[in-house]
Design a binder for this molecule. Structure first.
Ligand code: UD1
Ligand code: MG
Length: 458
């Protein structure tokens, strides 16, 4: 098998998106379109992947980093001109180069592989990936001769009415003999409606030189959807969402309402977990087996252990153990570590805190910048006072301590093992192990006070 290279076109401005965000960075199921393309290409183990960047180059480079090499297209003069920018990196190499668009996020590595296999079997100089489109508007059309052989591609804007009636479209993905690609690119002209150097013109050029040009038609138009505007972006999102949800259902995850469940393509979910409607599993989240997530729950870049239940809650950048119960209406903010069998109830916020096995904060608490031991009880309304307006301080609560209702633990402070904090206390000093601390004003009761006519309330 010959050497294989890939060029991803990502320099276009994406005018039709009408966006401040660079087109190929628009996310589909939480991941930028161009990253989807890079992932599918990377799975095939090419020698080199070159991404053509231009408008918004720095942002694409920041996102993709070292995953690919870059060639810059200063002016967006067309897809042919874009590929030519990779000449200094690839021009001299012998082998096969696949060219893809950064705006086709649904294309799979299986289809790219089939295209490569067809190209190699046909021993063609170029093989274009085509598909049948119900509505081919906007796409380049494949022109075949009477024998059905590929002649050329005509862009929608340049096409005659008869050509526009053709439904076999150019998907924007091609396989080229690398040397033939760069030689023929130099002959591409811009005498078309858009005044651009079109990459598909290479096909006609090679054909006129008597070279073999071929097409491989995929039966999945869906995969080849090119996202040029927000309508197509929503279509891509819906297709990708369905693809991801189907995959997890086949792996043994129950999704009560797939239409209302959003799973990032980088997330993983264990068997016999149930996802309820309105659940968003985002980023690189890992969810264990036998969990119940949702309804209306957002989990981002977090790890959730087996058997955990999370209802109507938000969890970001945190690690949750096994058999934990969270929610309804809890907020687990970044850098929190919640160990096995913990219970975090309604209206509890946890931030940058570790909570030991079996501990409970069942109602209305704030636990921030804290280290909470095992079997601690944070009663209703008790909070860590971690911020003085300038700096943040740490609260430490050791194993088995009981923090009574409506207590304020003013950090920095340590509550010793097994200590009891009386309800309503404001704790400013460390409490030793096994102590009882009461820090509240004593109650004063004035008997018969309300009987006096002057104190009566009208
Ligand atoms: C292109 C094809 C069309 C095909 C369609 C499939 C051409 C001339 N047309 O049209 O036949 O049916 O894709 O989706 O190739 N880009 C650059 N530099 C440029 C211009 C574009 O890098 O100067 C990049 C864009 O960022 C994009 C890709 O090339 O990722 C395709 O460009 P786009 O403008 O979307 O082309 P289409 O009109 O979709
Ligand atoms: Mg496009």
């Amino acid at each position: 098998m010959s050497n294989r290279y890939a060029v991803i076109l990502a320099a276009g401005q994406g005018t039709r998106m009408k966006s401040k965000l660079y087109k190929v960075l628009h996310p589909v199921c939480g991941k930028p379109m161009v990253q989807h393309v890079v992932d599918q290409v990377s799975a095939l183990g090419f020698e080199e992947i070159v991404t053509i960047v231009g408008f918004g180059a720095e942002k694409v480079k920041t996102h993709l980093g070292e995953q690919v090499k870059y060639a810059v297209q200063e002016k967006q003069l067309g897809t042919g001109h874009a590929v030519l920018q990779a000449e200094s990196l690839l021009g001299q190499k012998k082998g096969v180069t696949i060219v893809l668009c950064g705006d086709t996020p649904l294309l799979t590595s299986e289809t790219i592989d089939q295209l490569l296999a067809h190209h190699e079997a046909e021993q063609a100089k170029v093989t274009v990936l085509t598909a049948e489109a119900k509505d081919p508007t906007g796409y380049g059309r494949l022109i075949r001769n009477e024998e059905g052989l590929v002649e050329r591609i005509v862009e929608h804007k340049d096409a005659s009415d008869a050509e526009r009636a053709i439904t076999e479209i150019n998907t924007g993905t091609y396989c080229f003999d690398n040397v033939a690609l760069f030689e023929s690119l130099k002959q591409v002209k811009n005498n078309n409606v858009q005044g651009e150097y079109y990459l598909p013109d290479v096909i006609e050029i090679l054909k006129s030189q008597g070279e073999k040009v071929a097409a491989f038609k995929t039966d999945s138009f869906e995969e080849t959807l090119g996202v040029n505007d927000r309508v197509a972006l929503a279509e891509a999102e819906a297709i990708m969402k369905r693809r991801i949800n189907n995959k997890w259902m086949r792996e043994g995850v129950t999704i009560i309402d797939p239409e209302q469940t959003y799973i990032s393509s980088d997330a993983t979910i264990g068997q016999d977990t149930t996802l309820y409607p309105g659940t968003m599993i985002l980023g690189e989240t890992v969810i264990g087996e036998d969990c119940q997530i949702g309804p209306n729950t957002e989990i981002l870049d977090s790890k959730i252990g087996n058997g955990t239940v999370i209802r109507q809650s938000v969890v970001h950048d945190s690690e949750i153990g096994k058999d934990v119960k969270i929610g309804p209406f809890a907020h687990i903010r970044p850098a929190s570590q919640i160990e096995d069998e913990v219970r975090i109830g309604n209206f509890v916020e946890v931030k940058k805190a570790s909570i030991g096995k079996g501990s409970k904060a069942s109602h209305l608490s704030y636990i921030g910048d804290a280290e909470i031991g095992k079997d601690v009880n944070f009663s209703c309304g008790s909070i860590t006072v971690n911020y003085d307006g300038k700096n943040k301080y740490k609260t430490k609560v050791e194993d088995g301590a009981f923090i009574g209702c409506n207590s304020n633990l003013i950090a920095p402070v340590t509550i010793g093992k097994g200590a009891l904090i009386a309800a309503g206390s404001t704790i400013t000093e460390d409490v030793p192990s096994d102590a009882l601390s009461i820090a509240r004003a004593r109650q004063t009761t004035k008997e018969q006070y309300m009987v006096k006519s002057t104190n009566k309330i009208d």
